[in-house]
Design a protein. Structure first.
Ligand SMILES: Cc1cc2nc3c(=O)[nH]c(=O)nc-3n(C[C@H](O)[C@H](O)[C@H](O)COP(=O)(O)OP(=O)(O)OC[C@H]3O[C@@H](n4cnc5c(N)ncnc54)[C@H](O)[C@@H]3O)c2cc1C
Ligand SMILES: Cc1cc2nc3c(=O)[nH]c(=O)nc-3n(C[C@H](O)[C@H](O)[C@H](O)COP(=O)(O)OP(=O)(O)OC[C@H]3O[C@@H](n4cnc5c(N)ncnc54)[C@H](O)[C@@H]3O)c2cc1C
Ligand code: SF4
Ligand code: SF4
Ligand code: SF4
Ligand code: SF4
Ligand code: SF4
Ligand code: SF4
Lengths: 147, 336, 649, 344
């Protein structure tokens, strides 16, 4: 579908992604190289390891108005830094728990394992996540604003 | 039933002995104020002042905050630091804090001599205030409280009051399962038999709510927060040299604005910082001027940390820090 | 501060979807941007020149290139800006090709908007980038090779040949590895021992090689150029200085011919004092502590006969393990592989039916130096009908998903050997596509078929079952008539070493989903691990045949030699650092760091920059943000978050 | 001439006033604490006092001064003149807090006229409620020692006193009379008996104030003890949490910040506290009040010395909030008495 002049289109979610350099960022690269199409909603921030993702970044992104946050790293056991993704899993699942307990939209946060060869999976994750966020509408609980 | 007077005597004697021998630099304990029934922190430097040390169910503060201050103070240039241990009076929950502080390399064991006192619960001053409604205002400062089993007996020069414990106890004491100090040099009191109960019953109602209801709940509560940061300032585990919430250079983690998003951010981040560490001493909630049930956040994470990662803080110095460690079998059910 | 933004058209790869002119124009409005241009191929010589000229003429302090993935060209552009006199670390890339134009080819408007956002984020980050200095550390001119299979042997010889001291640590009593167990090697069918043993001898004789057999690496400290390795030399109970390898002791041993011989896949027997095989290097005897009666009970008859038999007085039951430390600059891991245990799949009957053996067992059976001296026999009889089953434990959703790469060929080899040794024998191979991709492989496979070996195809998940029938085994394969065979040979998968968790923990190198050690890049850096200074050779990185093993081993040797030859190495300056005033000394980062790169010194965390790999885990863990990762600080990340979510900057 | 209003008529009054275009604030129970919030009905008659002082209506904890726009490297401030808008009614202000507003009035018009405060203040009508149960938790009120009383009319446009099922209403200003006018027949003339009752209630309340501070000689004592080690003594236990100041009805320190979120900028001011170490830190890193004792001393000096000198009124109105809230029972009466003792 061509969307010239699509500026008038309805609301588009803004999704921030934190992707590890070695697997998930490379997986996203592969999706591109393979010309797999997915929504334009995601802005990826490259970190060296999913272990670099401080839960505060996720909360900050929400506060700044992100409608969804996706953190992606290597599959368990495949971490380029041996164990960074295990640490990320521990911290971020607990943070997700906290989102749940405060009722601040836990479903706007998603973690995934995407390897360098999973371009297809990456695109699927982004597509599904975008759909989910679209259903939820703009995030206001942590940003306080209209988005 | 606790005989507060007897415990008080033992505390005083021990403190006096340590101060006389010079084994400790000073003793951090509680004293009874002149104008309030509630006890307050005191620092005893001389053996002859040991008699000021008080003990009772109104000894609420977690004094280990001052221990952190003591070890963090850098000696002035050219001054030989006095590295003698400091004596401190702790309740069981406060002693758990010391375990965490030792675990986290903040308080070396040799810098502290611990008078560990058993406790079957302390009284919430706000609840006490309600109970004293009919006591003449000028008598309030002088009341005496005795342990009467299921009741507290409040004595003053009128008809003594008997108030069910449940009405007066601090919330944290109602759910506490550790009634004996876990680390101490001197154990004061008779060992209390541990009780077995659902320690997280107090958050069950919140957990049962829908996300939306919980959000509304927290919205109401957190909108009250004036971000005085007293909850942080009183927490012995908030010992950071510079708290992220005070940082303005080169960036601020949160704005000074006092509004709902910033308040949420503050509370969620602090909860994360205390996750797997909070020993539920209740300090934060007690000092909150706006009566925000901060402990519920901490306790929820405490519960999840236990369920998910088998982490229980404040018990064993050898345990690894929750976020310094991981297990390959940690759950991650929501991960795609 | 002056930032230059360069938007690449990438031919039409980017400009076909993204309006690069619009993006470049937009970039001009961003704070601190002094110049913004677009060009056909930013990475080409003229493109590079464009950037260099601007840096020099306009005095740019930071450069942002919006083009392809930084995983592709970041090093290129870093070098470009450096050549123009700018600090390489003040450079940032926005990925508007892989993450944008190629992924949103039908949404030109939105793709352009996204490209602008990506540029904005990069500019925001770039503005906060600070110049970093590369540090150099001297290199200890010695290498360690772990594992003495063909890979380790090849690597050790090549490093040693370059003139550097090389330690070769092998956990078993002899080097040689799996190749020593093989009879002939496909596709040329030369005798394995004939090509391997001369190399083994070279190792033993090489003046630059110090061979440490029956030894294990128990600890590694330090970092590239400066590793300190702890090696445990296990007690052999034989003084290898004195032992002349005559074997009189083994003859005398009370357990002679009573101990299972693992070299022969337990098909033969040995003594409790043994050499694994006659051509072992070093040819020194070792007492098996698990079996030796004296070592187990403190008594062996009146006196141990081996001691009496040894003319060289070499036996010493009191010997103890010895711990030594080695200083080396680089390390090559060549720990090889293990084989899939087919008894995990009961349908094959392995372990229950005598007629069912593995390929490796077949190698020993067919080997002239094996327990049957090369006669293929089962239950004392020469088989007349032999069935080979491929892909046992490979390409299997429940077992290993990967292809073991050598089984097709060694099965062809085995089939050929059966036909060679038992001319009348009927040979059937159950296979699922034969993968004969190597040089000379297809030719070999065709030749084996021409020899009369019957290849039957079955789908991987077709049922197959082997059942016992007297002294025969019946192979029931779905879609095929049952075959009553005398011998069934299973081509079992190549797997990572069973005890690999230990060694991977010691070495701090990561493994992939297949459990093999993970290379940094499967194509461009197949021998590099994520830990600089540690390289991979042979099957520990993935299944390989001997030619590939040797090729990779030589590559690893070359890689490991480069730092030794340079004498000093640059450290990546993108490490973590501690803001001392903010550090409370809680030690959380120390616990979290996977590389033990942080220590508490006087109540403050201190980073060893040479050990730090720049993962940033510490930084995400520290509550007060006292430890930060250069080039990826909290501040930089927050500004990326903020800029990505705001309409304007 | 005094009037009365029945308690069950208050809600109606609020509605009437609101519909006349006035914004009404009053004590509202909010998640367990009483705060000054928009009032859309009656007000509780049994509240002691609001947790946060009503000053927040006139001087909110966070207040946007102006917005600015950022476009690339260009920043444009969108300063708009502060214009009078709707009138404000503050209902249920305790006399101590009303006296505190007088301190703020003086402060915000002292050397510089603060448009944000003054604008709101000019619009505000303040209706006080006499205290009948002056009982901050664990008895900490001491208004009578610092020039006030549970029924002081200082700073008020009206004073209402609870006499059972009705309030006795006294109006002192035009603004107060305006309310009477708007209320119309919701108010009735007070009977002699009502007035008598009011007098009794007021007297009884005054007798209930048991905490006393002798202000005699405070200024001298403070001046004499600036460097006294006395300040160490109790400051050691202070947590520096700042509750004492943030909740103080006369405290007025604020911090100005530029906040940029989601691309939009605003300049805000937010309450600050002299109890925070960051409060006085200089850009150089030097901090003239490095220790808790300096900061505690500043609080006391400000209330009992500087305020007198600069504004000619005490900076403490005896509401008792700091005493009842301080987590470590630092009691400003004891502190001041102690300073006097130390000066001897
Ligand atoms: C049945 C079979 C038949 C084959 N036939 C052929 C063929 O005909 N042609 C061909 O090209 N390829 C063949 N191969 C493949 C060939 O065996 C491998 O390519 C080759 O052996 C790989 O060598 P390597 O050095 O990587 O591993 P290995 O031979 O396994 O050597 C690893 C060495 O490291 C040692 N080691 C392991 N862990 C440690 C440790 N922690 N510390 C110290 N030392 C350690 C081991 O003891 C061993 O000596 C065959 C494989 C099989 C299974
Ligand atoms: C259709 C196709 C698809 C492929 N896809 C993949 C893939 O997806 N993944 C993958 O891993 N591999 C793939 N390959 C394999 C990959 O292309 C090769 O492995 C790789 O290119 C080999 O590189 P090379 O340097 O050996 O040879 P080449 O790329 O051929 O380079 C040799 C160079 O030497 C120059 N040259 C030749 N003779 C002389 C001379 N006499 N003097 C000077 N210069 C000379 C040539 O001009 C050339 O530049 C693919 C191959 C093909 C054909
Ligand atoms: S103590 Fe209460 S009001 Fe103060 S910051 Fe903490 S939660 Fe907020
Ligand atoms: S809130 Fe967090 S950063 Fe602040 S002091 Fe507590 S632990 Fe440290
Ligand atoms: S968070 Fe609260 S309950 Fe937990 S240790 Fe700190 S002060 Fe105590
Ligand atoms: S985690 Fe942070 S505060 Fe703790 S030691 Fe490390 S750098 Fe210091
Ligand atoms: S970035 Fe931190 S955690 Fe990672 S290797 Fe370096 S010091 Fe260790
Ligand atoms: S409320 Fe108490 S502890 Fe907090 S700053 Fe004031 S005096 Fe100190």
């Amino acid at each position: 579908m061509e969307d010239e002049g699509g500026a008038k289109e309805s609301w588009e979610p803004k999704i921030i992604g934190f992707f590890c350099n070695w697997c998930s960022y490379a997986g996203a690269d592969l999706a591109g190289t393979s010309r797999i199409q997915y929504p334009t909603t995601i802005r990826i921030i490259k970190v060296m390891c999913s272990g670099r993702v401080n839960p505060q970044f996720v909360l900050k992104a929400f506060q700044e108005g992100a409608d969804g946050v996706l953190v992606s790293g290597c599959h368990p056991g495949d971490c380029h830094y041996i164990e960074g993704n295990y640490h990320a899993r521990r911290k971020l699942t607990l943070m997700e728990d906290l989102l749940e307990f405060t009722g601040v939209d836990p479903s706007r946060f998603q973690m995934s394992w995407v390897s360098a060869s999973e371009g297809q999976k990456f695109a699927e994750v982004v597509t599904e996540f975008t759909e989910r966020i679209k259903k939820l509408g703009p995030q206001t609980k942590l940003s306080g604003g209209e988005g | 039933m606790t005989d507060y007077k007897a415990l008080e005597k033992q505390i005083q004697d021990q403190a006096r002995q340590w101060l006389e021998s010079g084994e400790v630099k000073y003793v951090i304990g509680f004293e009874k104020g002149d104008n309030s029934p509630v006890c307050r922190p005191v620092f005893i430097y001389k053996p002859e002042d040991a008699g000021k040390l008080a003990w009772g169910p109104l000894c609420n503060n977690n004094l280990t905050k001052y221990l952190v201050e003591e070890v963090q103070i850098k000696p002035k240039k050219g001054e030989e630091p006095d590295l003698r241990p400091v004596g401190i009076v702790v309740k069981p929950c406060d002693s758990k804090t010391i375990v965490e502080l030792m675990k986290e390399n903040i308080v070396p064991r040799e810098r502290v001599k611990i008078i560990g006192v058993i406790s079957e619960g302390t009284i919430n001053p706000k609840a006490l205030d309600k109970a004293l409604k009919d006591v003449p205002l000028d008598k309030i400062a002088g009341i005496q409280i005795l342990d009467g089993g299921d009741n507290f007996t409040i004595k003053y020069d009128g008809e003594p009051l008997s108030v069910p414990k449940d009405e007066l106890l601090n919330g944290k004491c109602k759910v506490c399962v550790v009634h004996n100090p876990v680390v101490y040099d001197i154990f004061v009191g008779d060992k209390v038999t541990q009780i077995d109960k659902d320690e997280f019953e107090d958050i069950a109602d919140l957990e049962a709510m829908s996300d939306e209801e919980r959000y509304e709940y927290w919205k109401e509560q957190l909108s009250k927060c004036i971000r005085c940061y007293a909850c942080r300032d009183t927490c012995p585990l908030c010992y950071c040299e510079e708290c992220v919430f005070d940082r303005t250079k080169p960036y601020n983690w949160n704005e000074k604005t006092v509004d709902l998003p910033e308040n949420f951010f503050y509370h969620m981040v602090r909860a994360m910082h205390l996750a797997g560490r909070c020993v539920d001493c209740g300090g934060c909630e007690r000092v909150c001027p706006m009566d925000i049930p901060i402990r519920k956040l901490n306790r929820f994470l405490l519960k999840r940390a236990k369920e998910r990662f088998k982490v229980v803080p404040g018990i064993n110095v050898e345990d690894k820090a929750m976020f310094g460690d991981y297990d390959i079998d940690d759950p991650g059910e929501g991960i795609k | 501060m002056k930032i230059g933004v360069y938007v690449c058209e990438c031919g039409t790869n980017i400009s076909g979807t993204v309006d690069v002119a619009d993006v470049a124009e937009y970039a001009k409005s961003l704070p601190n941007v002094a110049v913004s241009k677009y060009y056909k191929y930013m990475c080409s010589d003229p493109g590079q020149l464009l950037i260099k000229d601007d840096i020099k003429e306009l005095g740019l302090t930071h450069v942002v290139v919006a083009s392809c993935s930084p995983r592709m060209h970041e090093p290129t552009f870093r070098t470009v800006v450096e050549e123009a006199g700018m600090n390489a670390y003040c450079f940032e890339m926005a990925n508007i090709r892989e993450h944008c134009s190629w992924a949103h080819m039908h949404e030109k408007f939105k793709a352009t908007e996204k490209a602008k956002d990506l540029v904005k984020m990069s500019v925001a980050k770039a503005a906060l980038l600070e110049p970093l200095e590369k540090k150099q550390v001297p290199v200890t001119p010695a290498a360690l090779v772990i594992g003495g299979g063909i890979a380790g042997i090849q690597t050790a010889l090549e490093i040693a040949e370059s003139g550097f001291k090389t330690y070769l640590v092998e956990s078993t009593p002899s080097i040689g590895g799996r190749m020593a167990q093989l009879d002939k090697t496909f596709p040329t069918m030369d005798c394995s021992a004939c090509i391997l043993t001369p190399k083994m001898v070279d190792v033993a004789r090489h003046p630059n090689i110090e061979l440490l057999t029956y030894s294990e690496v128990t600890g590694i400290d330090g970092y590239i150029g400066n590793f300190t390795v702890t090696v445990k030399k296990k007690a052999r109970y034989v003084d290898i200085e004195k032992c002349v390898g005559c074997g009189l002791c083994a003859e005398a041993c009370r357990l002679k011919d009573r101990v299972d011989d693992e070299f022969n896949e337990n098909l033969g027997k040995r003594s409790a004092i043994y050499v694994p095989f006659p051509q072992a290097v070093p040819l020194k005897y070792t007492i098996d502590p698990e079996k030796c009666i004296f070592l187990k009970t403190g008594k062996c008859g009146d006196s141990p006969p081996c001691v009496g038999a040894c003319a060289a007085d070499a036996i010493n039951h009191q010997q103890e393990d010895e711990i030594i430390e080695l200083d080396v600059g680089t390390i090559v891991v060549a720990t090889g592989f293990d084989l899939y245990d087919p008894s995990q799949k009961p349908e094959y009957g392995y372990g229950k039916i005598k007629n069912v053996i593995t390929g490796m067992e077949f190698e020993r059976l067919v080997s002239a130096s094996g327990p049957t001296e090369g006669h293929i026999e089962i239950n004392g009889k020469e088989p007349e009908k032999v069935v080979f089953i491929q892909c046992v434990g490979s390409r299997d959703k429940e077992g290993n998903e990967y292809c073991s790469r050598v089984c097709c060929m060694y099965t062809a080899k085995h089939a050929h050997l059966v036909r060679d040794k038992i001319p009348g024998a009927e040979v059937i191979v159950y296979n699922t596509d034969v993968r004969a991709y190597g040089k000379g492989f297809e030719e070999f496979y065709v030749r084996v078929m021409d020899e009369g070996v019957k290849y039957l195809r079955r789908e991987l998940d077709d049922q197959i079952e082997v059942v016992e029938n007297g002294d025969k085994a019946i192979v029931k394969a779905e879609g095929h008539p049952d075959i009553e065979a005398d011998l069934v040979v299973l081509a079992t998968a190549i797997e990572q070493k069973k005890d690999i968790a230990d060694i991977s923990k010691v070495l701090k190198i990561s493994r992939g989903a297949d459990n093999f050690f993970l290379e940094i890049h499967p194509k461009l850096r197949p021998m590099d691990t994520a830990t600089s200074g540690i390289f991979l050779g042979g099957c520990c990185q993935g299944p390989k045949d001997i030619p590939d093993t040797v090729a990779q081993a030589s590559g690893a040797a070359a890689k490991a030699t480069i730092p030794l030859a340079q004498g000093k190495i640059d450290l990546d300056p993108q490490t973590s650092f501690v803001i001392e005033n903010n550090c409370a000394g809680c030690g959380l980062c120390v616990e979290a760091c996977p590389y033990s790169a942080i220590e508490l010194m006087d109540g403050k965390a201190e980073v060893n920059e040479a050990l730090c790999r720049g993962c940033g885990l510490c930084s995400a863990t520290c509550r007060s943000g006292a430890i930060q990762l250069k080039g990826l600080t909290d501040h930089q990340l927050i500004s990326m978050i903020k800029s990505s979510l705001s309409e304007v900057f | 001439m005094a009037s009365i209003i029945n308690k069950d008529k208050v809600a109606e009054l609020v509605k009437k006033v609101s519909s006349s275009g006035c914004e009404v604030f009053g004590p509202v129970e909010n998640g367990g604490v009483t705060l000054f919030r928009n009032l859309d009905g009656g007000i509780p008659s049994d509240f002691t006092n609001s947790k946060k002082p009503p000053k927040e209506v006139l001087f909110p904890q966070t207040e946007t001064m102006f917005d600015f726009e950022i476009d690339g490297s260009k920043i444009t401030a969108l300063v708009e003149p502060v214009e009078a808008q709707t009138p404000i009614l503050m209902l249920g202000v305790r006399p101590c807090d009303a006296r505190a507003i007088q301190v703020l009035d003086a402060l915000f018009t002292w050397d510089y006229i603060d448009p944000y405060y003054v604008n709101k203040r000019d619009r505000a009508t303040i209706i006080g409620f006499s205290c009948t149960e002056p009982h901050m938790p664990l008895q900490s009120c001491f208004c009578t020692s610092v020039g006030g009383s549970p029924s002081s009319k200082d700073g008020l446009d009206m004073l209402w006193t609870d006499i059972g099922d009705r309030y006795l209403v006294e109006s002192f200003t035009d603004k107060g009379n305006k309310i009477l006018e708007t209320g119309g027949n919701l108010f009735a003339n007070a009977a002699k008996d009502d007035e008598k009752k009011t007098e009794d209630v007021k007297k009884l309340a005054e007798s209930k104030i048991v905490r006393k501070l002798d202000t005699e000689g405070i200024e001298k004592a403070l001046e004499a003890t600036f460097d006294h080690e006395y300040w160490d003594e109790f400051a050691r236990r202070c947590l520096g949490c700042g509750e004492c100041t943030l909740l103080c009805p006369t405290c007025h320190c604020f911090d100005i910040n530029d906040v940029i979120t989601r691309g939009k900028g605003k300049r805000e001011r937010t309450w600050d506290s002299c109890q925070y170490p960051y409060y006085t830190i200089h850009a150089s890193g030097h901090n003239p009040r490095p220790d808790k004792k300096h900061r505690q001393r500043n609080r006391v000096y400000h209330k009992f010395l500087y305020s007198n000198k600069n504004l000619d009124m005490l900076g403490c109105v005896g509401c008792g909030r700091c005493i009842s809230t301080c987590p470590v029972n630092i009691d400003i009466i004891e502190v001041v008495e102690g300073a006097k003792e130390a000066a001897k």
